[in-house]
Design a protein around this ligand. Structure first.
Ligand SMILES: [Zn+2]
Length: 349
């Protein structure tokens, strides 16, 4: 009998071990596939790099939560951190309840959390109930899945913050979205100030100046508002007395240091920082797989991972990098920094 039992256990081990092994292999393949997929979807939640100040200021245990919330609602995670800083100094406010009755980490009014349809001062048993929140159209989220949407729970409240900001305009209408959270310009400036300070790179959020839908007759729309003045076309240009020309891989547009730069087509920002010759440079990848590039900007108004709409302002014209005066150097390329096309016919110029 004893040897039979032993045989049984050996047999069981022989069956289970390969099953576990295959399960591990399968899970790792799935997780690799998912991480590749996340990179392709280019949500900006996890893409933003933290600045030195952010490193010092933001409690490390909250960062994975901000990133997860940012990914879900397409909000920069450093913006969620900035809200947390401004609202309760990262949850260190002594009571976490304001004189106006705002609750928890991100200071939601219970009415906003639940939805205003219910009426004033909903009791906790109602505003914590995800089914009630759904019914009254509020912004509270049960992110940790414990059946309660709790404004004093960091995960629930961070997700609710991102949910609200996303519903109020999100990254493409940042000032409006922050203003919706607390109707004061000083508040918007304060949150934006922390957002910029916590995020790496040269960036100044732009406000308005865009042309909804874009202008122009081409497949791609004008990258600046009309009137359009081209100062240097695409192609070889012979500028030296000796005749040694250079290849100009884009079009130069005239303007001044307050001319807004506009997205030429819907897309996702894949580059937004200083490069030696291009200066402050933004590259947008479009749904057709092509890229547009905007060089020499005085300031960049978008971040890597951000989705933009055609005609939306993405920066301000300048003369940073290899440039002798304020202008926009604009390129359309087949690949990232390669395969430069003549933008003229594509813009319908
Ligand atoms: Zn140029």
């Amino acid at each position: 009998m004893k040897w039979l039992k032993r045989r049984f256990w050996l047999w069981l081990g022989g069956v289970i071990a390969p099953v576990i092994m295959w399960a591990i292999i399968l899970l790792s393949v799935i997780s690799v596939a998912m991480s590749l997929n996340n990179q392709n979807s280019s949500d900006m939640g996890g893409d933003i790099e933290i600045s030195e100040l952010g490193e010092k200021d933001i409690p490390a245990q909250y960062i994975p939560i901000y990133k997860e919330a940012g990914k879900k609602y397409d909000i920069a995670w450093t913006l969620i951190a900035a809200f947390h800083k401004v609202e309760t100094n990262f949850g260190t406010h002594p009571s976490m309840v304001s004189s106006a009755g705002a609750l928890g980490h991100f200071q939601f009014l219970p009415e906003t959390w639940l939805g205003w349809g219910y009426g004033a001062s909903p009791p906790k048993s109602v505003y914590e109930n995800p089914a009630m929140i759904k019914k009254y159209g509020g912004y509270g989220v049960d992110a940790d899945g414990n059946g309660k949407a709790d404004p004093f729970n960091i995960k629930d409240s961070a997700f609710s913050n991102a949910n609200y900001v996303s519903a109020s305009g999100g990254m493409n209408n940042l000032r409006k979205a922050i203003f919706a959270y607390n109707h004061a310009d000083w508040y918007v400036d304060k949150v934006l100030g922390y957002y910029n300070a916590y995020s790496k790179g040269d960036y100044r959020p732009v406000n308005g100046g865009g042309v909804s839908g874009g202008h122009g007759k081409g497949k791609y729309k004008y990258p600046i508002p009309e009137p359009i003045v081209v100062t240097s076309p695409y192609g070889y240009r012979d500028w030296s007395i000796a005749g040694g020309g250079e290849f100009h891989n884009g079009i130069d547009f005239a303007g001044n240091s307050s001319t807004p730069i506009l997205a030429t087509m819907d897309g996702t920002v894949v580059h937004a920082s200083m490069i030696a010759s291009y200066g402050n440079c933004t590259v947008i990848q479009h749904p057709n797989g092509k890229y547009s590039l905007y060089a020499h900007q005085s300031s960049i108004g978008v971040r890597v991972g951000q989705k933009v709409k055609v005609g939306q302002q993405i920066g301000v014209m300048g003369t940073t990098g290899d440039s002798t005066g304020v202008h926009l150097h604009f390129c359309i390329t087949d690949g990232l920094f390669t395969g430069y096309q003549d933008p003229k016919p594509l813009l319908g110029l």
